[in-house]
Design a protein around this ligand. Sequence first.
Ligand code: SF4
Length: 380
Amino acid sequence: MSIQRNRTRQVPIGNVVIGHGHPIAVQSMTATRTQDIDATVAQVNALAAAGAAVVRIAVDSDRDAEALSEIRRQTTANLSVDLQENYRLAEKVAPFVDKIRYNPGHLYHHQKHLSWQDKVRYLAQVARDHDCAIRVGVNCGSVDPEKRKRYPPHDDIGPILESGLEHCAFLDDIGFSRYVVSLKDSDPQKVIAINQAFAARRPDVPLHLGVTEAGLPPDGIIKTRIAFEQLIGRGIGDTIRVSLTLPNDRKPEEVRAGQQILDDIANGRMRSVVALDPSKLNIISCPSCSRVENEAFVELAQQVKEMTQYAQEHAITIAVMGCRVNGPGETDDADLGLWCGPKRVNLKRGTETIGAFTYDEILTRLKSELDRLIAERQPA
Ligand code: SF4
């Protein structure tokens, strides 16, 4: 299955490149105390060993920045830092990292006599001087107050989007193009809406995708998966992070969860309906989990793929879901949907239920519905 990704710019971060023509990179972040150098180095290396292309470290003080110099000495991983309110820490951390993340909403707290433009100009110069990329990280919890004022309180998307676009335009104006953008929220539906809107306006800018405060696995992984399926399935997104609440010794699970989601999307194992190639037959099947009530689901998903080969050139989406918990709702957006119960498989056409059939009957019934749909869509 090939997904047409947006032709984004290529942004080098240490020895990886984020952007078009390069695999979607999985990132992660340490959760140790940065000044605990041994623990932080061990976690950075564990995350990198699990496959994290870039590892972010929180730096909130001069002492954290000092610790970073020693951490840098002890690891070869690509490192990134988050600047919080104290954006001037940039010049202290940049010599030791490959990427600096700033949040437009945090540029209002210190040195209030300076404009945000002055501060971004300074950050871009520090990044240039130290061969760093920048991430413009806009977050639902700390939106630029000037943007927030201009939108009605219920509009969570407008201020985030405007803030991201404005910073891209400014960085372009000052000739700094080595940047990626993230537009994060804790609600996967908002993450989808904001990133789609942004990519429609700036398809050239690499996007770092994530759902903030996704929580504990497995729910946090499911929330993130919903957003990533809809975005990556449409070619949006160049790098990802799955933010999970995990004890320090399990932190590499974040990386593995991200890798698994990417692999599932590439192979059509989706939990939500998305047309990977809108001009062709699209078969998606959920990745399955403990809720599957009949293991015949896995074999059925494979049989559906094989049986429908003849319809490859038709723009039809068929979704095969493993359970009654999410199956009925998640199949609504497919042209034909199957969701599996313990003894029967429910067949739907869009939101309408056609009936429930045994595992032996379902393929024949699906084929006749597929043939009918193809015939109906033939030009007269
Ligand atoms: S549809 Fe059901 S079985 Fe499939 S992944 Fe979702 S919850 Fe699990």
